[in-house]
Design a protein around this ligand. Structure first.
Ligand code: R5P
Length: 284
């Protein structure tokens, strides 16, 4: 955006608490605080809440929480008895801290917007991934949804790329294990682009790639917005030729076939649109 980062001092006290001080006046200003809630989600969420409190007590006019990766988004409903809805709890915490608006990307479930009474702008990583894909030269791929939850995303990719759609019937056994069953659609003799919102353990991507390979796909490429890459995930990418992942989460670890795609231009345009009260429709 051509603006300098604001100055804040953030430290962790010896007892583990987070200390924050804003080092410049924000009185009457619109503040955009950028923080992904990933890797150490509890720490970064708390750090974000404390920063918001500091800005508001320093008389900022508004505080927009720019959360490229909204942690806990996958806990968006009660799947089994006695489970929490942590994505709603995070929304409550942000609103209680006084956030005026949320700017995020590829929310795991778009309905999370409804957990807030303030505006939530959900951007898409798709334009950045599609641009990067042009350089890979994957001609007319069949876009593969690795599970039922990814169908909407896969369909949007397929429309842009003018490709066909295929769907894998995935069953999650637990947080670390998934099983894949039938493939609905056809990848035989075609290039496959497997798209997902998140890679965490990498099991979903690995099993989807294996299913595509088993059904005769040629080149297999992954396109994912949020690269959590929990321990061991990178090693599970062996069946793919390439993986394109955006930088909503800072990459830890590297792999030749991993390409990080910046979504900074999308966020900067969105921030400019918010400030200029302009439509964000062109960012879809
Ligand atoms: C699930 O619904 C998500 O869209 C991702 O498919 C999932 O979170 C990926 O997790 P993992 O890499 O651990 O299989």
């Amino acid at each position: 955006m051509g603006v300098e980062l604001g100055k804040v001092h953030v430290e962790t006290f010896p007892d583990g608490e987070i200390g924050v001080r804003v080092l410049e006046s924000v009185r009457g200003r619109d503040v955009f605080v950028i923080q992904s809630v990933a890797r150490r989600p509890n720490f970064y969420l708390m750090e974000l809440l404390i920063l918001v409190d500091a800005f508001l007590r320093a008389s900022a006019r508004s505080v927009t929480a720019v959360i490229p990766y909204y942690g806990y988004a996958r806990q968006d409903k009660r799947g089994k008895e006695r489970e929490p809805i942590t994505a709603k709890l995070v929304a409550d915490l942000l609103q209680t801290a006084g956030v005026s608006r949320i700017l995020t990307m590829d929310l795991h479930a778009e309905q999370i917007q409804g957990f807030f009474l303030i505006p939530v702008d959900n951007l898409y990583g798709r334009p950045a991934i599609v641009r990067a894909l042009e350089k890979v030269g994957l001609s007319r791929p069949t876009v593969v949804a690795p599970d039922l939850g990814s169908i909407k995303m896969a369909r949007a990719y397929a429309e842009i790329l003018k490709g066909d759609l295929a769907i894998i019937d995935k069953r999650r056994v637990n947080g670390e294990k998934v099983e894949s069953g039938a493939l609905i659609g056809d990848v035989k003799g075609r290039n496959a682009l497997i798209v997902d919102d998140v890679i965490s353990t990498g099991n979903t991507m690995q099993t989807a790639a294996r299913v595509c390979r088993h059904h005769g796909a040629k080149q297999i490429v992954g396109g994912v917005t949020h690269g959590l890459f929990a321990q061991g995930a990178l090693e599970r990418m062996g069946d793919l030729e390439k993986i394109l992942v955006t930088d909503t989460i800072v990459a830890e670890g590297t792999l030749d076939k991993l390409e990080i795609v910046s979504v900074a231009p999308i966020f900067s345009q969105a921030i400019a649109s918010i400030q200029g009260a302009k439509s964000m429709a062109s960012l879809q």
